[in-house]
Design a protein around this ligand. Structure first.
Ligand code: ADP
Length: 497
C-alpha cells in the first residue's frame, strides 16, 4: 500500500506531555507515536512534531535559531529539540519534538486567550516553515491541527509558492473543534503578510473577520475531522458553526477519522496512578478503586453506584442538562464525582451543588491528570451529555477502564458508544439523542437499573466496554492513507506556478 516511509511533520499548539488544555494535546502526543511505527513492514515513518515552547516547558537542547520575516521586520525563532518515545505495540522509536521558542510571544503565564493571538500563532506558523530548510528536512506532508496552524497551508500557497524547497510539501488540516475558529480583525491580514485581495469571501474573509480556521480549510490539500459523524454534522447549517458553506464546497475533500487513545498509557492493568490494577478478567478489583476514590474525594466509602464527570466546563459539554436533572439524580442512592474547570458560571454551579449535597457529591475544580485516572478507574458510570462532540476522548478512556459511558449520541460519541441491549448482551453504554434533561435522566436511570438489578448483565456490559478497541492501530493506518491521498492531490509545481 505504501511504497516508502513517509516524512511527516505534525504541527500542533499543544502536545502531551509538554502542554495540554484538552483532547488536542492527547491526540498530538499519541497519533505521531502510532504513525512512527505503522506501515512499511513495521519500519514505520519519519514523524516529527513541532509546537510552541511555552514558558512552563523546561528549557531543552538548543537546535538552531534564525530570523523569521514577520510584520516588516525579522523576529527571532529559537528551535529547541526534545523528544517523545513511542512504545507502540512492543516497538520503540524516538520522535523528535521541535519547540519554537520566542520570548515575546510564548513566555506568558498561560497558553491562550491573549489579545495578540493572531500575531502569536501567525509567527509560529511562519517559524515552522522557515525552520525546515535549516533542519535540512523536507517533509512529504505537514499535518496541521486546528486554527492555530491554519496559516501553514495558506503560507505554502502564497509566500512560499515559488520556492522549490516547499512546493512538493502536501498539507492535511484537521479540525478538532470547529467552534474555535481563530477569527480576528481585518488587521490580521498585515500580520499574515497578505494584501487586501485576501479579504474576500472566496479567500480568508469570514463574516467581516479574518479566519485562521478558514485559511486551513481552504488551502490544505485535504481536510479531516475526528469522527465520521462530526465530519457530516459540520456540513449542516445548524451544526456547522457558519463554516458549513465552505465545508460543503470542499465536501469531496473532507474525511472523518476517529481519534484513538494510547492503550499503553491508558491501561487499567498497568496504570501506576490508580489504587489497584485490574483487567477484564479481574473486574472485581475495580471496586477497590471506587473505595479509594471515595476516600480521596472525601465521600462516605459505600458500595453505591458512582457517576463520574471529567470535563472542560463549557457550554459544549451539556453541563446545563446536568443542572436540570440534579435534584432527580440526587434522589437516587448514588454518588457523583466531578472534575473540571472552565467557565465560572459552571464552576459556581457545581460548588453550589456540592454545598447542597455534601454527602453525595465529590468536586475538584481544576486540572488534575492523576485524579482523572482515579475517577476513570473508580467510577461505575461516566457522564458525557455533550451538546456537540467532535470525537471525545473521555468516553474512550472510560470504556477502557470498564466505566460505562452515559452520553448524548452526537459526533464521536455516536460513533463509539452504543446502547446496551439486555436481550442480546451487546452494546457498551447508554445514550440519548434529543438534547434534553429528561432524556439524560432516562438514560442514567437505565444504567442505574441495570447496575442494581442485574449485576450479571452489568458485568457483561463492563466486559464489552473493556473489549472495545479504540487504540490508534486502525486510525493510524487511515491517516497514512490520508497523507498519501493528500500527496497525490497536491498540485504539481507546474500547476501551482
Ligand atoms: P475536549 O478536547 O473537548 O476537552 P475530550 O474528551 O476530547 O474533550 O478530551 C478531554 C481530555 O482532557 C480527556 O483526556 C479528559 O480526561 C481530560 N480532562 C478534561 N478536563 C480535565 C481536568 N479538569 N483534569 C484532568 N483531565 C481533564
Amino acid at each position: 500500500m505504501f511504497d516508502r516511509p513517509l516524512k511527516i511533520l505534525f504541527a500542533s499548539s499543544e502536545v502531551v506531555p509538554f502542554a495540554k488544555t484538552g483532547g488536542l494535546a492527547d491526540v498530538s502526543g499519541s497519533l505521531p507515536k502510532a504513525l512512527a511505527v505503522t506501515g512499511h513492514d513495521n519500519m514505520g515513518n519519519d514523524v516529527r512534531i513541532v509546537m510552541p515552547r511555552y514558558q512552563h516547558i523546561e528549557a531543552c537542547c538548543y537546535k538552531t535559531d534564525f530570523p523569521v520575516p514577520f510584520l516588516n521586520r525579522f523576529e527571532t525563532a529559537i528551535i529547541r529539540e526534545s523528544a517523545i518515545e513511542s512504545h507502540f505495540q512492543e516497538k520503540r522509536k524516538t520522535i523528535p519534538v521541535y519547540l519554537v521558542d520566542n520570548y515575546h510571544y510564548f513566555y506568558r503565564d498561560r497558553m491562550y486567550m491573549f489579545d495578540d493571538e493572531a500575531e502569536r500563532f501567525a509567527f509560529f506558523c511562519r517559524a515552522v516553515l522557515e525552520m525546515l530548510p535549516r533542519l535540512d528536512w523536507q517533509p512529504d506532508v505537514i499535518h496541521c491541527n486546528d486554527w492555530q496552524c491554519g496559516p501553514i497551508p495558506l503560507f505554502l500557497k502564497t509566500h512560499y509558492r515559488q520556492n522549490p524547497f516547499y512546493n512538493r510539501i502536501a498539507t492535511v488540516f484537521t479540525i478538532h473543534n470547529l467552534q474555535y475558529q481563530g477569527n480576528f480583525s481585518r488587521e490580521a491580514l498585515k500580520i499574515l503578510g497578505l494584501g487586501e485581495e485576501f479579504f474576500h469571501p472566496e479567500k480568508i474573509e469570514f463574516f467581516g473577520s479574518v479566519s485562521f480556521m478558514k485559511a486551513g480549510i481552504l488551502y490544505a490539500d485535504l481536510i479531516n475531522t475526528v469522527s465520521r459523524t462530526y465530519a457530516e454534522e459540520i456540513k449542516h447549517p445548524e451544526t456547522g458553526e457558519r463554516m458549513d458553506g465552505i465545508l460543503r464546497k470542499r465536501s469531496g475533500d473532507i474525511y472523518g477519522i476517529l481519534n484513538g487513545i494510547n492503550y499503553h498509557e491508558f491501561n487499567p492493568g498497568t496504570d501506576q496512578r490508580i489504587h489497584r490494577n485490574y483487567d477484564r478478567f479481574s473486574i472485581a478489583n475495580k471496586k477497590e478503586n471506587k473505595f479509594a476514590l471515595q476516600k480521596t474525594i472525601g465521600l462516605p466509602v459505600r458500595d453505591v453506584p458512582v457517576v463520574g464527570l471529567i470535563s472542560r466546563l463549557v457550554d459544549q459539554k451539556g453541563i446545563d442538562l446536568v443542572s436540570e436533572i440534579i435534584d432527580d439524580m440526587m434522589s437516587e442512592d448514588l454518588q457523583f464525582i466531578v472534575l473540571g474547570s472552565g467557565e465560572k458560571y459552571y464552576e459556581d454551579m457545581f460548588k453550589n451543588i456540592k454545598t447542597r449535597y455534601p454527602e453525595k457529591v465529590g468536586l475538584y475544580i481544576g486540572f488534575n491528570a492523576v485524579l482523572a485516572q482515579r475517577i476513570y478507574a473508580g467510577a461505575d458510570m461516566f457522564m458525557m451529555p455533550s451538546r456537540f462532540e467532535p470525537c471525545g476522548l473521555g468516553q474512550m478512556i472510560s470504556l477502557r477502564y470498564g466505566t460505562i459511558p452515559v452520553v448524548r449520541f452526537t459526533g464521536g460519541l455516536a460513533d463509539t458508544v452504543s446502547e446496551y441491549n439486555t436481550a442480546t448482551g451487546t452494546g457498551n453504554g447508554f445514550g440519548f439523542s434529543e438534547y434534553s434533561g429528561t432524556e439524560l435522566l432516562k438514560a442514567l436511570r437505565r444504567a442505574l437499573h441495570l447496575f442494581r438489578e442485574q449485576p450479571e448483565q452489568w458485568n457483561q456490559l463492563v466486559r464489552n466496554a473493556m473489549e472495545q478497541d479504540f487504540s490508534w492501530t486502525r486510525s493510524g493506518v487511515e491517516y497514512l492513507q490520508l497523507y498519501q491521498e493528500a500527496m497525490s492531490r497536491h498540485p504539481s509545481v507546474q500547476k501551482i506556478a
